[in-house]
Design a protein around this ligand. Structure first.
Ligand SMILES: Cc1cc2nc3c(=O)[nH]c(=O)nc-3n(C[C@H](O)[C@H](O)[C@H](O)COP(=O)(O)OP(=O)(O)OC[C@H]3O[C@@H](n4cnc5c(N)ncnc54)[C@H](O)[C@@H]3O)c2cc1C
Length: 477
């Protein structure tokens, strides 16, 4: 007789694997399109170098460590990573705890009321840390699943820029406070507070044994439930069950937990399902896409004098020594990460570097593969060139190179239009989107909250627990 699973989980990213672990005593199946688990949280090798496919680190390591301990997974140790903002005469370690950062900002913007702005920000952080909204109630994710709290959301329904402009006049300082960089921020106040919490107060951390190892540990507990290389091609509903069609067969399940990209999956639903599901994606805009350049370099050939942190947020147009006006990344923020300064990514005398900058998805669409690869080569070279004044010698020190465009993130990561960080973070409050308009159909992962309030990776893990909880609490399965 045909098997009908209690739950079908689509995608073995962090959210999907966590949901599977929570439900491993049930008759479940995880269908994953790639040849390996982990989704965007993984790494890949090019010769002697290892690079990261997505996250370069994540916040709330204690939450993740204790979850791993509880489940008998590997014992995690973390290294904190730091960020330097280098924009003309602004040269700051921006990931310092806010009481230290306040002093640096004060010396740069002496006529501004930095103390007031930072103390107001800290107050918002204290009120909203770990808090999200679901069906008229507030919960604190850091205190446990569905831990309800009393909170008055009033007064927070403004953008970060509006909030800080009450205390600050200088446009540059306003951008730094509202968006952690120099571009105009679209964050809501709460999104900005969550991101300051993640970046500066709790910090961003990297697992000492590597991200892939961490994922493998999680995967090892649910491996027998996972079918790799099983891409969902169509979803329909028949006789009370969801029907998941893959190139390797059909699977039926009473309930679904969707970890794959929500908008991409919407286009796989039959007419009936997609009609009901549509309100879930209507009016929700996915976040930006980017280009990543991976460089394996001979460290002896570069000058790292200007580099003071693991990650540098660099603004070429504000750098007097950068005269590459014709370079397409000249006006952008460019993030340069020295992975090998915080993990074992290559041999001792080498450096594994990742360079990222925003790039529009539509620019990468071509009618032939040849044109696409030519474009990819050209823009990757431009991205490498734009950081030459920051890291003199880097151009000629590259031994291994590769790149990911928004099309790579779409094809490999399964991300709609190559978007990387969930929805646009402009909602006034992190809203739980685990439940969908389709009955018994839940979402986990980066699209399961309107703002990834704990940072993306821990939010995905937490949402996997919530989605599993919904599945479990519905009658007996
Ligand atoms: C470039 C980039 C940089 C990032 N940087 C950070 C960072 O620094 N810190 C941070 O916390 N987060 C970062 N993120 C966000 C990161 O994606 C999350 O932290 C986390 O990996 C998301 O996990 P997830 O559970 O949403 O699943 P995902 O990683 O999105 O996994 C979804 C899974 O679904 C699978 N899938 C897709 N379509 C199908 C289908 N049709 N059938 C079957 N399976 C399918 C995919 O192959 C994948 O395995 C970054 C993401 C990207 C892309």
């Amino acid at each position: 007789m045909e098997s009908i699973f209690d739950a079908g989980i689509i995608g073995a990213g962090i959210g999907g694997l966590t949901a599977a672990l929570e439900l491993r005593d049930y008759n479940i199946i995880v269908l994953e399109k790639l040849h390996r688990p982990g989704g965007t949280s993984f790494s890949f090798r090019r010769k002697d170098y290892e690079f990261l496919t997505g996250p370069l680190g994540f916040s709330h390591p204690d939450l993740i460590k204790s979850y791993f301990m509880d489940k008998g997974l590997s014992n995690l140790r973390f290294t904190r990573t730091n960020y330097q903002l280098l924009a003309g005469n602004i040269n700051l370690i921006i990931s310092k705890p806010l009481n230290l950062l306040e002093k640096d900002l004060k010396s740069l913007f002496q006529h501004e009321n930095v103390e007031k702005a930072v103390s107001e920000l800290k107050e918002v952080i204290c009120k909203v840390r770990g808090i999200f909204y679901h069906e008229g109630k507030y919960f604190n994710a850091l205190k446990g699943n569905w831990f309800e709290v009393q909170m008055d959301g009033a007064g927070y329904d403004i953008s970060a820029a509006e909030f800080f402009s009450q205390f600050i006049e200088d446009d540059t300082l306003l951008s730094i406070l509202s968006g952690m960089g120099l571009k105009e921020s679209e964050f809501s106040l709460i999104a900005s507070a969550c991101m300051w919490d993640v970046l500066a107060e709790v910090g961003l951390w990297y697992p000492a044994d590597g991200l892939s190892e961490m994922v493998r540990s999680l995967f090892s507990k649910v491996e027998n439930k996972v079918k790799l290389r099983h891409a969902i091609e169509k979803i329909s509903f028949e006789d009370g069950n969801y029907v998941l069609s893959t190139s390797k067969g059909i699977f039926k399940a009473k309930r679904i937990i969707l970890n794959a990209d929500v908008k991409k999956t919407y286009y796989l639903m039959d007419d009936e399902l997609s009609k009901t599901f549509k309100p879930f994606i209507d009016k929700r805009e996915e976040g930006d896409s980017l280009l990543t350049f991976y460089a394996g370099i001979d460290e002896s050939k570069i000058n790292k004098e200007r580099i003071r942190a693991h990650h540098v947020l660099y603004y070429p147009y504000l750098d007097e020594s950068n005269d590459q006006r014709g370079n397409r990344f000249f006006e952008n923020e460019v993030e340069v990460t020295f992975l090998s300064d915080y993990g074992k990514f290559c041999p001792e005398d080498k450096a594994a570097v990742m360079i990222r900058s925003p790039l529009d998805y539509d620019e990468c669409k071509f009618d032939t593969e040849e044109k696409y690869y030519k474009f990819k080569e050209k823009i990757s070279t431009e991205l490498l060139e734009i950081v030459e004044p920051l890291v003199p010698g880097i151009g000629s020190a590259v031994e291994v190179r590769d790149a990911s465009t928004p099309v790579t993130y779409e094809v490999w990561g399964g991300r709609y239009r190559g978007s990387i960080a969930g929805w646009n973070w402009d909602d006034s409050m992190p809203r739980c989107l685990v439940k969908t308009p389709l009955e018994n159909f839940y979402v986990c992962g980066i699209y399961s909250f309107s703002i990834p309030f704990l940072g993306a990776f821990p939010t995905s893990l937490y949402s996997g627990k919530l989605a599993a909880g919904f599945v479990r609490s519905r009658e007996k399965i």
